[in-house]
Design a protein around this ligand. Structure first.
Ligand code: PEP
Length: 249
């Protein structure tokens, strides 16, 4: 039985003082949650939020990291820097990073491998654009993103990987994939994992859905067989929206 995993991606929102207050309230109000919970603040909020949430049931993740261990990469953040402040998880391959910063599947793969080498947990985001979906390329796009994104990742490391299926056209747009459409994309991703690894790895894999998840659609989405949680953007920024999502079961 897979445990639901609800993650809040705060994107470029909240200054550190706001993030700390938010994290303190969240910690109190999700301590009895039946799901696993993650938040991903911006880099400058991470040290304070990690301190506030230390020892809680909330995982703290970075929204990105560099693909090198250290060196002359001005403005970048390494996995060791994250680990040193108590951050052991990272979201990689978010569609905004692919779209605005040109991140390719193989570049994302190099970060996945480095994060795993450092013992970090990874949420690997995949998902098609509207054009790709309407052009009948959904499966081809997912296949490439999953297979290249996980190249060199061993079956024994797959318990450190969560896949987030996020159709790009549903992110921040208010449009949600129908629960049936999302479930069938998740089932396809699971079949890719079965083929690449084994039925057992596929069965155990946590596949989150992301794209305009809200309190009023979360239950229907989470009821689907292949949907094991949510990666939430906009609705993770206020407690009145995020708490009902976390407490959806
Ligand atoms: C996201 O940022 O991953 C996301 C799904 O955003 P939103 O929930 O705002 O669509």
């Amino acid at each position: 039985m897979r445990k639901l995993y609800i993650a809040g991606n705060w994107k470029m929102n909240m200054v550190p003082s706001q993030a700390v207050e938010f994290a303190k309230s969240l910690k109190e109000q999700v301590k009895d949650a039946k799901v696993r919970v993650m938040v991903a603040p911006t880099f400058v909020c991470l040290p304070d939020v990690a301190r506030v949430l230390k020892g809680s049931n909330i995982t703290v993740a970075a929204q990105n990291m560099n693909d090198h261990e250290s060196g002359a990469y001005t403005g970048e953040i390494s996995p060791d820097m994250l680990k040193d402040i108590g951050v052991n998880a990272v979201i990689l391959g978010h569609s905004e990073r692919r779209l605005y910063y040109g991140e390719t599947n193989s570049f994302i793969n190099s970060k996945v491998l480095l994060a795993l080498k450092k013992g970090m947990e990874v949420v690997l985001c995949v998902g098609e654009t509207l054009e790709e979906r309407e052009g009948g390329k959904l499966e081809a796009v997912l296949k490439e993103q999953v297979n290249v994104g996980l190249e060199g990742v061993d079956a024994s490391q797959m318990d450190k990987i969560t896949i987030a299926y996020e159709p790009v056209w549903a992110i921040g747009t208010g449009r949600t994939a129908s629960p049936d459409d999302a479930d069938s994309a998740h089932a396809y991703i699971r079949s890719l994992l079965a083929k690449k690894y084994s039925a057992d790895v596929a069965e155990k894999a946590i596949i989150q859905y992301g794209g305009s998840v809200k309190p009023d659609n979360v239950k229907e989405l989470m009821a689907k067989e292949n949907i094991d949680g949510a990666l939430v953007g906009g609705a993770s920024l206020t407690l009145d929206k995020f708490l009902p999502i976390v407490h959806c079961i």
